[in-house]
Design a protein around this ligand. Structure first.
Ligand code: INI
Length: 178
């Protein structure tokens, strides 16, 4: 192509840079955030491991113990109404739900796991408060252990980070709308 017909090289002028979309996302800065954790006692051994992972992660990212509350419920089926109450209270920036549903030989697993996941999602959608799903739904105890501080990490810690990030994101979006 002759130099005359060659397209002019793109110039990165300040005007062009301004055309990029704004990106908004949360951060892992937990300072000043208030977090509630609902954990089920069924399969308590696993629940405690998840709780431990979540508390360590919150502390590691600057969430103060006095801004954190832990509520224990009997089983995963009981998590959604409590998560909803907490989300509605206006006292928490995020709610973390922890538990373990292990598949047995009956359809009970599907009922409990299904209601827990739908109810937790609804609590979040209907209140606008981030409600994080940290309920393991697994076939065996080994799988649960692997995911609660074992070879597949700790779901409690993961969702704790998600809770911080989402709380920050909601605050950032709210600040923009002011
Ligand atoms: N609850 C759990 O959290 N995990 C389970 O694995 C489980 N199983 O397998 O039965 C379970 N059942 C109890 C349920 O959550 C309720 O507490 C109970 O049905 C009373 O409403």
């Amino acid at each position: 192509m002759s130099p005359a017909r060659r397209p002019a090289p793109a110039r990165r002028s300040p005007r062009r840079a301004a055309e990029f979309p704004e990106v908004i996302q949360g951060s892992l800065d937990g300072a000043g955030l208030r977090i509630a954790i609902v954990v089920s006692r069924f399969n308590e051994f696993v629940g405690n491991r998840l709780l431990d992972g979540a508390l360590r992660a919150l502390e590691g990212h600057g969430v103060r113990a006095r801004d954190t509350v832990v509520i224990k419920v009997p089983g995963a089926f009981e998590i959604p109404p409590v998560a909803r109450l907490l989300a509605d209270s206006g006292r928490h920036d995020s709610v973390i739900c922890l538990g373990a549903v292990l598949r047995g030989e009956t359809p009970h697993f599907d009922r409990v796991a299904g209601e827990a996941s739908h109810g937790i999602a609804r609590a979040s959608f209907e209140t606008g408060v981030p409600v994080l799903f940290g309920v393991l739904t697994v076939d065996t105890l080994d799988q649960a252990v692997d995911r609660s501080g074992g070879k597949h990490g700790n779901k409690g810690a993961e969702v704790a980070e998600g809770a911080i990030e989402m709380a920050r994101l909601v605050r950032a979006l709210a600040a923009k709308q002011r």
